[in-house]
Design a protein around this ligand. Structure first.
Ligand code: Z15
Length: 837
């Protein structure tokens, strides 16, 4: 069945079902119906949000048949299901995406218009589920979209945080965090499954016993039991029947609580315990690539992992499977080490709850898991303090010790007499503070280990996982990240989508390599003109939004130079700032200098406890204030910090960019995925040879990519030969730094940015100074290139035409073939209730 064709309107159907019909009169009736029967409002008093809710339920109704049939067909079938375990899902709003994937966007737009409403306004009502921090969570969301689109049986497991990533406000140039309240007005996309619950133990101690057959057993006596309740959200594929499930766990107190408290009379104690239980899924930790080792975070990780594995085992048994064949039903992908406790938890479930012997349990476990590493930053590698770990997961500590003992025995045989190997591979880090190395647990328990871009995967094997690669080379592979063209093109850039489709048809939406077909239009003058017209129209949209929201007038004809991503020293937003100051100083020195007008756009959140990152935001806004108001600049440069960068806002930003800033220090950004979204929307990249930039450059052609900076190898060499930032501290760089530290941008307050300046002058871990000159020189080339609009148009078209590789569909196909060994299972719609009973 095609989603684009009109619903069957044959002779025996005169009135469409209000819950499934797709004709415009039916859609209108359904919206009005939901407005009254769900929101309880007449049109006269309904708010825009009421209408959004009514529309959301109308669309959900149209997904339910696909969803129920998909779930049912997986239960019936014998094929493997991919289970994606992630502590974060940065989904973005559902409504627009579901309309695209159902193929009914235009029709619903018309229906809504006929009701006197505007679809874009309604879509804008949705509060996005910000259940992630940045790239890692967004990748999980893109992968869920591709899994469904490719008709792969899959389930995503995670945590239903009550408060997602904070909302960011900028006050006096500083970041202020505001609690996210995405559930405030209810969430029409999720369904609570009160019958799908599991108990999760925490704390306490372990008792050992020998049963009547002489078998050893362990009995974990917890001091707290929490209940996980499933909340399911359908994830629809693009123009297919598959609707997979995202199952997020909410923590609650078990029912038995109130009862116990009543008996004992300890009312305060019981309520307190209830609060402790509910706290587990309350809030997302707002750090990206920065661990804090907090107890609650470990509880969160274990909580969702335990619920998910118990659920998988239950589903496997329901399919008639035997527990020792678990891996035939599920292959479990660990999204970083956040769910790595899975390895110990599956062992515990198999040993203690299902009474398998160690060898069988270990065999099942190591056939089940695969691990994706997302970072090389040492400060982001998860370690748990041993005492903390023992106090929450005493049984898992025993299991980890036993895994480690057996593993190190093997290592000792492989590398006789090599004490160093034992130290470096051990799951336990010895030293002043003992800790558990979660990446090592993930490596030992997984049959596959991958990085997220070619360079990253190579560096993994040479650095943080070197010893593991030596031991198990066959486990390692690369799976370069990708992004979904449905959200990041079709939904966010309808103008470009239409232009591209008018030339090459719409096959590219599912098969992104078809964008290649645009290459032959790159020299077509009329097409270039249309291309640049689209870009200009999109830039005007963003410009008016900026003016409306911040009162800053920006010139849509200027070069939109954009850096949006989490604020982090390794991503080097401050290098971008140094370029702005350099340009500003040139203008001050030569007021009539003919420069290419630029608008610098920044966006991104800083982890609340990451002081230097917050100071970087203050630096951007301070430089903006000076530059934007200096009459000598004559509006030739403008600097904008877009507050509250999130999925919703980003959908308006990527399409409007001319230049994409991907300027991390080589070797630090594992992949990046924003880099792909920009280039796919026709921005050119200025970037280092880092992460997926390397592959993007290979694909789009080096002549269509602005490269600068040291390579990862050169970085290593420079660091080992003793890097000294003072060697680079002269001329325009010195001038810029001295201005920052003298208070030029901070009302003569010379102390404000001192920590930031000192971190550069006396350490400069991310080699800003070493890359500065190369960056400035490259930016000058960018400006010159932008003067020739026709040439620029060609480069932009070629970027898009050659980005086919970076679809998350391609990434997922590689996971399916190389790691998961699963094939598409098309879902046929059938009536689950044939007699209507
Ligand atoms: C995160 O967003 C990423 C890695 C991490 O280890 C954590 Cl904790 C969070 C990002 C990488 O920084 C980025 O380069 C990559 O593209 C993304 O994960 C998805 O793989």
């Amino acid at each position: 069945t095609s989603n684009n064709s009109l619903p069957p309107n044959n002779n025996n159907v005169t009135v469409e079902d209000d819950r499934t019909g797709l004709s415009i009169p039916t859609l209108k009736r359904a919206i009005a119906d939901n407005l009254f029967y769900i929101q309880g409002k007449f049109p006269t008093i309904a708010t825009e949000n009421d209408y959004y809710m009514a529309l959301a339920y109308t669309i959900r109704d149209r997904m339910l048949q696909r969803w129920a049939v998909t779930v049912d067909s997986y239960l019936q079938s014998k094929t493997r299901v991919v289970s994606y375990l992630s502590a974060e899902y940065l989904l973005g709003p559902h409504l627009g995406n579901n309309l695209i994937n159902l193929g009914i966007y235009d029709r619903v737009k018309q229906a809504v218009e006929e009701l006197g409403l505007d679809l874009e306004h309604l879509i804008a009502q949705e509060e996005e589920p910000g259940l992630g921090n940045g790239g890692l969570g967004r990748l999980a969301a893109c992968y869920m979209d591709s899994l469904a689109t490719l008709e792969i049986p899959a389930i995503g497991y995670g945590i239903r945080y009550e408060f997602g990533i904070f909302d960011q406000e900028i006050r006096d140039g500083w970041q202020v965090e505001i609690t996210d309240q995405w559930l405030r007005y209810g969430n029409p996309w999720e369904i609570r499954r009160p019958e799908v619950t599991y108990e999760v133990k925490l704390g306490g101690h372990v008792e050992h016993y020998t049963d009547s057959h002489g078998h050893y057993g362990s009995n974990w006596v917890p001091d707290l039991v929490v209940k996980g309740v499933a909340y399911d959200t359908p994830i629809l594929g693009y123009q297919v029947n598959t609707a997979n499930t995202l199952r997020l766990w909410k923590s609650e107190a078990p029912e038995s609580f109130d009862f116990q408290a009543f008996n004992v009379g300890d009312y305060y104690g019981a309520v307190n315990e209830k609060v402790i239980c509910e706290n587990i899924s309350k809030i997302l930790y707002p750090n990206d690539e920065q661990i804090q080792g907090k107890e609650l975070r470990l509880r969160q990780q274990y909580f969702f992992v335990s619920c998910s594995l118990q659920d998988m085992i239950a589903l496997h048994l329901r399919r008639g499977g035997k527990v020792e064949n678990f891996y035939e039903t599920f292959v479990v992908q660990l999204n970083d080490t956040h769910p790595a406790i899975s390895v110990a938890e599956l062992m515990r479930l198999l040993l203690d709850e299902h009474e398998l012997d160690w060898e069988t349990a270990w065999d099942v476990t190591t056939r089940t898991f695969a691990y994706t590493n997302h970072t090389l930053l040492p400060e982001a590698l998860e370690k748990w303090n041993l005492d903390l770990f023992a106090s929450i997961l005493p049984r898992h500590l025993e299991i980890i010790y036993e895994i480690n003992r057996r593993f190190l025995d093997e290592v000792a045989i492989r590398f006789p007499g090599d004490e160093g190997k034992l130290w470096s591979l051990s799951l336990i880090e010895e030293g002043e503070e003992k800790s558990i190395r979660m990446a090592h647990l993930a490596c030992v328990g997984s049959f596959a280990i991958n990085g997220v871009a070619q360079l990253h995967s190579e560096l993994l094997k040479e650095t943080v996982l070197k010893d593991w690669y030596e031991l198990y080379p066959e486990k390692f592979s690369n799976k370069t990240n990708g992004v979904t063209p449905r959200r990041w093109m079709v939904l966010s850039n309808p103008r470009l989508t239409e232009l591209i489709t008018s030339k090459i048809g719409d096959g590219w939406i599912k098969n992104l390599e078809e964008l290649k077909g645009l290459e032959k239009f790159a020299d077509d003058g009329a097409f270039r003109k249309q291309w640049m017209d689209v870009k200009l129209a999109v830039k005007k949209d963003l410009a008016s939004q900026v003016e409306q929201q911040q009162g800053i007038k920006i010139n849509p004809e200027s070069l939109f130079d954009v850096q949006v991503k989490r604020i982090h020293e390794y991503k080097r937003q401050h290098l971008n700032v140094l370029h702005i100051i350099t340009l500003y100083n040139r203008l001050k020195q030569h007021p009539d200098l003919d420069i290419v007008p630029r608008t610098f756009i920044f966006g991104g959140k800083a982890a609340p406890s990451y002081h230097v990152a917050k100071l970087m935001i203050k630096l951007i806004t301070s430089v903006a204030e000076v530059v934007n108001h200096d009459p000598d600049v004559r509006d030739r440069i403008k600097v904008v910090f877009m507050p509250d960068y999130n999925v919703t806002n980003s959908q308006k930003i990527y399409p409007a960019a001319d230049l994409s800033e991907q300027i991390s220090l080589a070797g630090k950004e594992a992949s990046g995925t924003g880099n792909m979204k920009f280039s796919l929307n026709g921005a050119l990249t200025i970037g280092t040879l880092d992460g997926a930039n390397v592959e993007i450059r290979e694909c789009v052609g080096e002549e269509n990519f602005f490269l600068f900076g040291l390579t990862a190898q050169e970085v290593e060499q420079l660091k080992s030969s003793g890097y000294n930032p003072w060697d680079y501290y002269h001329d325009s760089l010195k001038q810029a730094i001295d201005q920052i530290s003298s208070g030029f941008f901070s009302h003569r307050d010379g102390s404000l940015f001192q920590r930031l300046v000192n971190s550069l002058l006396y350490d400069d871990r991310y080699l800003l100074f070493a890359d500065y000159h190369s960056y400035i020189e490259c930016q000058d080339r960018v400006a010159e290139a932008y003067r020739d609009k026709d040439k620029w148009a060609k480069m932009s078209i070629l970027n898009v035409a050659r980005m086919g590789k970076f679809s998350s569909d391609r990434s997922i196909k590689e996971y399916c073939e190389d790691i998961w060994k699963v094939k598409p299972v098309p879902v046929e719609l059938y009536d689950l209730c044939p007699d209507g009973e």
